[in-house]
Design a protein around this ligand. Structure first.
Ligand code: SIN
Length: 294
């Protein structure tokens, strides 16, 4: 059953246009800078759980308003990733390419944000500031659909497993080393962020759906398997996210907002653009993604 069949009923305040049959929706008629109505906020939370990634066009968000919008879904004030912060805003990250330091290569593999932490964010809100004339799209893939499309015998097996996650295989080591004082920054990041174990299959606390929780950017090893066995199984599991039917691809416009459920999805940027690209990112709910550890 697609989410088009499952959802769309019972929304009083949201106009929802499904994006793809298995993931994503564009939400019309909502001004995220003034989303104070409680029914609206409840429906936004429901839509995020149901559609996994929501797109909003033509928004007008100051950094304060972006933080307020994030608060609809969770607390945005906890520790973050390694991106530079917007001046004066410790919780707003700048994902910037094309001028000075370039972050074109740190998000160009499928990943769930910050799974190298034991408390990854519940979700993320990304706001398009400077958008290339063409290219620089972002793709999302549904980790619940990725799980659903495994054969039942493999589902049963992978549910018994745990995997290690680390920022080491990602673009971050090179990004650190390219900075002034890079070796010290890299050593500091390693010391503060030892690899962590997560279950390979998690359960979404709102929808109860099973999530395939491994990603090629941060998952390094399946606990208890030989290296070759682990590599082979991870390649097979990562391939689930390459299936076009589980994906949605966003063509950014200036002032587009994307909000995703960071438990139920992976995403990646497409590094095919030239020139400047700037997105403001706020992650939220770093204390609450999987309240029962599921
Ligand atoms: C991210 O990984 O949060 C950024 C995605 C992008 O740059 O499109």
């Amino acid at each position: 059953m697609s989410h088009v069949d499952a959802g769309l009923t019972g929304y009083k305040t949201l106009q929802i246009e499904p994006y793809n049959p298995l993931i994503g929706a564009t939400v019309h008629g909502v001004d995220l800078a003034n989303a104070t109505d409680e029914t609206l906020r409840t429906e936004l939370r429901r839509a995020l759980a149901e559609f996994q990634v929501l797109f909003f066009r033509a928004q007008s968000l100051t950094p304060e308003k972006q933080l307020e919008a994030a608060r609809i879904f969770g607390n945005p004030d906890k520790a973050k990733a390694f991106f530079p912060r917007l001046e004066g805003h410790t919780s707003v990250e700048k994902i910037e390419s094309g001028t000075g330091m370039s972050y074109k290569k740190v998000a160009d593999q499928w990943h769930t944000d910050i799974t190298w932490s034991s408390n990854p964010p519940t979700g993320t809100i990304l706001f398009g500031q400077t958008i290339p004339a063409s290219g620089g799209d972002t793709l999302w893939a549904s980790a619940t659909r990725a799980y659903d499309l495994l054969s039942p015998a493999l589902q049963t097996y992978v549910e018994t497993l745990q995997a290690l996650h680390s920022f080491e295989p990602s673009g971050w080591p090179d990004a650190f080393l390219a900075r002034e004082n890079g070796e010290a920054l890299y050593a500091q990041a390693r010391a503060a962020n030892q690899p962590v174990l997560h279950p390979v299959v998690r359960t979404h606390p709102i929808t109860g759906r099973k999530i395939l929780y491994v990603n090629p950017e941060f998952t390094t090893k399946i606990k208890g398997l030989e290296r070759k066995e682990s590599d082979a199984l991870l390649i097979l599991l990562f391939a689930q996210f390459e299936k076009p039917e589980v994906q949605a691809r966003l063509r950014w416009e200036q002032n587009t907002v994307a909000i995703w459920d960071n438990r139920a999805t992976q995403h990646r940027a497409v590094p095919d653009f030239t020139g400047a690209r700037l997105l403001h990112r706020v992650t939220f709910g770093e204390d609450n993604a999987f309240p029962q550890g599921a």
